[in-house]
Ligand binder design. Structure first.
Ligand SMILES: NC(=O)c1ccc[n+]([C@@H]2O[C@H](COP(=O)([O-])OP(=O)(O)OC[C@H]3O[C@@H](n4cnc5c(N)ncnc54)[C@H](OP(=O)(O)O)[C@@H]3O)[C@@H](O)[C@H]2O)c1
Length: 310
């Protein structure tokens, strides 16, 4: 018996994803998805097709078509401050927000169907199309009927699915508070107890402010809780540094280019309630002359002073 198969012409198969934002995260994400055989395009300033990604003991070389207009689900890899303007041009589209900070989802939801996401490992763009990443690390996405989590797994990522992505996003914001001391304090002090104490205090203050505001930071996808992270910082200094392997964090990189980070994590915490130590850390960041410009003792003294000021 003969069987008729209706073949869909390749050009009629809708593109699955466009990664928008060809910076550190977007380049790594687009490259790893393409390397995993996922149908993906790349868009944004500086986007190039030939990608070279250096990870933990691996180099991935791959090609991703570059497009001017996004197609399929948009994987948004820009800073939260850029989200609203971009999403205004994508009304009715599905956007996965992979931005740090707590404003991206709400900004995107004015225009788009939003799937919240949290990117939890460090990437650094060295040149257009050439990026480093620490390892194929953790990404958390809101649980959805779309095959997003499986596609991210095909990219070799450690994917968590959350039923309360807002809590995961807030937890990530709290964890990001440690990126400022990691970038601002000279590496020679990173093994000191003062360094761990600074990070623990910033996170504790955020935890208390969020709890008072009735906002959960309970991880929805089985990650370490904020209390466990605080304990880790206090015991070990947190283990994270301005440079993880060969990869610098965003705050370090931005300061090294004589710019200030776009995202204001310490200010965001202070918006939820009284957070004098985070305010003080934010002020040190504003006054920073570059990365690694303070000692741990100077920063701890500034936090102490913030606590006793009326
Ligand atoms: N890098 C990390 O390790 C890391 C880790 C966790 C989370 N995150 C978060 O992930 C997000 C992306 O970070 P990132 O490090 O990838 O930032 P990034 O390197 O600055 O990349 C953002 C890219 O988007 C482009 N872009 C922004 N607005 C655009 C527009 N309107 N049109 C075209 N292109 C536009 C930027 O171009 P221009 O440079 O020309 O502006 C840049 O290439 C941020 O929210 C960050 O906090 C980053």
């Amino acid at each position: 018996m003969s069987m008729t198969v209706n073949l869909v012409p390749l050009s009629a198969v809708p593109t699955r994803y466009t990664v928008f934002g060809a910076g550190s995260v977007g380049t790594v994400l687009a490259g790893l998805l393409a390397d995993g055989g996922v149908d993906v395009r790349l868009a944004g300033r500086g986007a190039v097709s030939d990608l070279v990604l250096e990870g933990n003991g691996e180099t991935v070389r791959t090609r991703v078509p570059v497009v001017n207009e996004t197609e399929g689900t948009i994987l948004l890899c820009v800073h939260e401050t850029d989200v609203a303007e971009l999403c205004a041009g994508w009304a009715g589209r599905t956007v996965v927000t992979l931005c740090n900070g707590v404003t991206a989802e709400k900004a995107a939801a004015q225009w788009c169907d939003v799937i919240g996401g949290v990117w939890r490992f460090t990437c650094e763009l060295l040149a257009p199309g050439h990026a480093r990443f620490t390892r194929r690390g953790r990404v958390i996405v809101q649980r959805t009927a779309l095959p997003l989590a499986d596609d991210l797994r095909r990219a070799g990522l450690d994917v968590g699915e959350s039923d309360d992505i807002g809590a995961d996003v807030r937890l990530k914001l709290c964890l990001n508070l440690a990126s400022t001391p990691n970038a601002l304090i000279r590496p020679a002090d990173h093994a000191t107890s003062a360094f761990g104490e600074i990070k623990a205090r910033l996170l504790e203050e955020a935890r208390d402010v969020l709890a008072a505001a009735g906002l959960s930071v309970d991880p929805g996808a089985g990650d370490r809780t904020l209390d466990e992270e605080i304990e880790l910082h206090r015991q070990t200094g947190g283990g994270s540094r301005c440079r993880i392997g060969m990869v610098h964090n965003d705050t370090w990189r931005t300061l090294s280019r004589c710019r200030k980070p776009k995202e204001r994590y310490h200010t965001a915490v202070a918006r939820w309630g009284a957070a004098p130590q985070n305010r003080a850390m934010g002020a040190l960041l504003d006054r920073a002359t570059g990365p690694e410009c303070y000692t741990a003792r100077e920063v701890l003294a500034a936090l102490d002073e913030a606590l006793i000021q009326p």
